[in-house]
Design a protein. Structure first.
Length: 369
């Protein structure tokens, strides 16, 4: 018997990172399959382009808020207040499934089953970027995640590597799945690529390791362009004088840069999936990536891999591709072919199957709203 398809999904997301892109892609896929969604966002109000993108998706209701995110300073009161508001909304809407892309919200006593997607977490970020365990003053955050894992009906992660890492830190989910993220950006057959290296992401985030590219550019003729916010929500940031900084670009502007660039570099110390890498692959860029397990899982065999702390190796790998456009084109073609695995349609189909496996399942006693 084919499991029934849920008619309405209540979903959470933030407007600052890749979770926003993930959520919109998934909501578009749900809409195409006849499922409506209510997307509640946190962190900061969506900008005009984000609002327009959400408005273009049929059967999607966007409810934006400015409640602080779980990883922000002094967030506790606002996060809990956002939870009360979300519970009230769920009682009114009565969704078939709650899809939490935020951890605290997955701990709440919804009447509907809860699917939690683990996109990243401060604990794993800290371990990879700082080399130590998350400090004790983050104990409240760890407690939220442990409770979210314990209470969620299904735990999902975008790679097996990250699912294993996440559960080692926060406990085992009662049921788990790996569902690759996906993008619907057009697959671009390159006709002309410029001898440019492109990188993208939150430039202020230590995990992205943009400082590495600044060191790589020193004393070379490499043109390295970087797109993304340079200043964090807490007003932290840095300068990258050796790099061509493009600032925060719209999706269309970033896609245009990717179509131009021969090479895309991601020197990340920590990357559970990497949507910008996928977008670059779909644009036919040759990929040079950090040699970390999650990126190996996704791109092994079609990308070059370099130790994230080896400046000389990065300089050599990027220069070799820029100086040989034939090899760069071949690598870009291989990356483009691999990118077809990670489509938005495939992601939506997998999540619909996951929802269908849950929404008819009763909640354990004591967890109904």
């Amino acid at each position: 018997m084919i499991p029934p398809t849920p008619q309405h999904v209540l979903m959470t997301a933030d407007t600052i990172g890749g979770v926003w892109t993930f959520a919109l892609e998934l909501c578009a896929g749900l809409s195409a399959r006849g499922t409506s969604a209510t997307l509640v966002t946190f962190g900061r109000m969506p900008d005009a382009q984000q609002r327009a993108s959400a408005k273009a998706i049929p059967n999607l209701s966007l409810i934006p808020t400015q409640y602080r995110l779980e990883w922000m300073e002094d967030c506790g009161a606002e996060v809990m207040e956002s939870g009360s508001a979300l519970l009230a909304l769920a009682r009114r809407l009565q969704p078939d499934v709650v899809h939490a892309n935020t951890y605290y919200h997955a701990t709440l006593p919804f009447a509907a089953p809860v699917l939690l997607t683990a996109h990243s977490c401060v604990s794993s970020w800290w371990h990879k970027c700082k080399g130590t365990a998350l400090p004790q003053h983050w104990s409240w955050y760890r407690a939220w995640i442990a409770e979210a894992v314990r209470k969620s009906d299904l735990l999902v992660a975008p790679t097996q590597t990250y699912l294993d890492e996440f559960q080692a830190l926060h406990g085992s989910g009662r049921r788990t799945r790996v569902i690759w993220n996906g993008r619907s950006t057009p697959v671009h057959t390159a006709t002309h690529k410029e001898p440019v290296v492109l990188a993208a992401g939150r430039l202020w985030d230590e995990a992205k390791n943009i400082d590495m590219l600044a060191h790589v550019a020193e004393g070379t003729n490499l043109r390295i362009r970087v797109a993304g916010d340079a200043i964090s929500p807490a007003r932290h940031g840095g300068d990258f004088p050796k790099l061509e900084t493009l600032g925060r670009l719209s999706a269309e502007e970033l896609a245009r840069e990717m179509r131009r660039a021969a090479v895309f570099a991601a020197p990340a110390r920590y990357e559970p999936f990497g949507l910008s890498i996928l977008e670059a692959a779909r644009a036919g860029c040759a990929l040079v990536l950090s040699d970390i397990p999650t990126l190996r899982e996704l791109w092994d065999g079609v990308a070059g891999f370099v130790d994230p702390d080896d400046v000389c190796a990065w300089r050599g790998a990027l220069a070799a591709l820029i100086s040989d456009p034939v090899i760069a084109e071949a690598r870009g073609h291989a990356a483009r072919e691999r990118s077809l695995r990670y489509s938005a349609d495939r992601m939506a189909e997998a999540y619909c199957d996951a929802y269908a496996s849950l929404f008819a399942r009763p909640k354990p006693e004591g967890m109904a709203a």
